[in-house]
Design a protein around this ligand. Structure first.
Ligand code: TRP
Length: 326
């Protein structure tokens, strides 16, 4: 059996929080084994909304360092920056000819983002065509992304099939996989809302690179409820269930079973904070080492881009040829 290829794209902007780590990054780390894993920091997607150049450069590097610190190992996966592999923009253009205006108009992420921005770039509109190109360039079998990307994934599949039927077998049609342990981490202060970097209640969001003392405090202050029973019940006990979910995601144990160990909210908070700190501390240490030597991260990302280009150039050539370019 040949190894299946997985591909995922990660936005470089914004500082990553615990929800990103437990919901996505941890799975990327896990999938390095047993798969042929390709991970792309999608800076070309980031510029579909206005970005400050210096900040973009810094956050792209920082995301590379963070992903490596979290366990993406350039020896076991391909980790690279999208703009360093020109085939992404090149195939992106070809994919723009393969998806329709109507399809792009129905994308809910475009509607959300265009409501939030004053300058709506045409790239924001065609964003899903570039995303399709990202995936198709690597003969990808599986794309492990959250449910919010379902619509983009469907479009990528449709585009691949349409291209294949117009121009002959060119692309592997990718499948969406909801990651096996996609933890849904909620805000510690508003446990009915997803933990999100744009959340107003900063006390509810734990950052991967946050000071450990501050993390401890946030868990101690996490919103619970006026009962005193520890049980996993998302609907009636969102705060406690979120703590259990976090503890579960960190320890790989079942939240319902974990709940049986507790009679007190206080102890659950202490243990959850401790468990989170025990995984974040080594990540923070590795991050500090990498951050002290940015040239080394850049070197590793360059090697990643070279490996990516080897695969992408073959697939791009196939598409170019089949479409009839001289
Ligand atoms: N659109 C994705 C997001 O916002 C990022 C992304 C870009 C991506 N290209 C991709 C994800 C290809 C999966 C595959 O999170």
């Amino acid at each position: 059996m040949t190894t299946q290829r997985v591909f995922s794209g990660i936005q470089p902007t914004g500082v990553a929080h615990l929800g990103n780590f437990l919901g996505a990054i941890k799975n990327y780390v896990r999938m390095q084994d047993g798969h042929d894993a390709v991970y792309c920091i999608v800076d070309l997607h980031a510029v579909t909304v206005p970005q400050d150049p210096a900040e973009l450069r810094a956050s792209t590097l920082r995301m590379g360092q963070l992903l490596m610190a979290a366990g993406l190992d350039p020896e076991r996966c391909i980790l690279f920056v999208q703009s360093q592999v020109p085939q992404h923009s090149q195939l992106g253009w070809l994919m723009e000819t393969t998806v329709s205006y109507g399809e792009l108009s129905r994308m809910t992420q475009f509607k959300d983002k265009s409501d939030r921005n004053e300058f709506i770039s045409s790239a924001l509109f065609t964003y899903p065509a570039l995303q399709a190109a990202d995936i198709l360039l690597y003969d990808t079998n599986f794309v492990p992304v959250g449910d919010d990307q379902r619509q983009h994934l469907e479009l990528a599949r449709d585009a691949a099939q349409r291209f294949n039927s117009r121009f002959g077998e060119t692309f592997v049609v990718p499948e969406h996989v909801i990651p096996p342990v996609a933890a849904r981490i909620m805000d510690l202060q508003r446990p009915n809302d997803k933990m999100s970097k744009s959340a107003e209640a900063e006390n509810g969001v734990v950052m991967i690179l946050e000071d450990l003392k501050s993390i401890e405090k946030k868990f101690k202050r996490a919103v619970t409820d006026s009962e005193d029973e520890v049980r996993f019940d998302r609907e009636n006990k969102p705060g406690i269930s979120n703590l259990l979910e976090i503890l579960s995601a960190v320890t790989d144990k079942n939240p319902v079973v974990l709940a049986e160990d507790y009679t007190q909210y206080g102890q659950l908070k202490i243990d959850t904070a401790e468990a989170v700190i025990s995984v974040l501390q080594p990540i923070q240490e590795r991050f500090a080492e990498l951050a002290a030597d940015p040239a080394e991260t850049q070197r590793l990302l360059t090697i990643g881009a070279e490996k990516a280009r080897e695969i992408a150039s073959v697939v791009y050539e196939r598409a170019r040829n089949n479409m009839g370019f001289l």
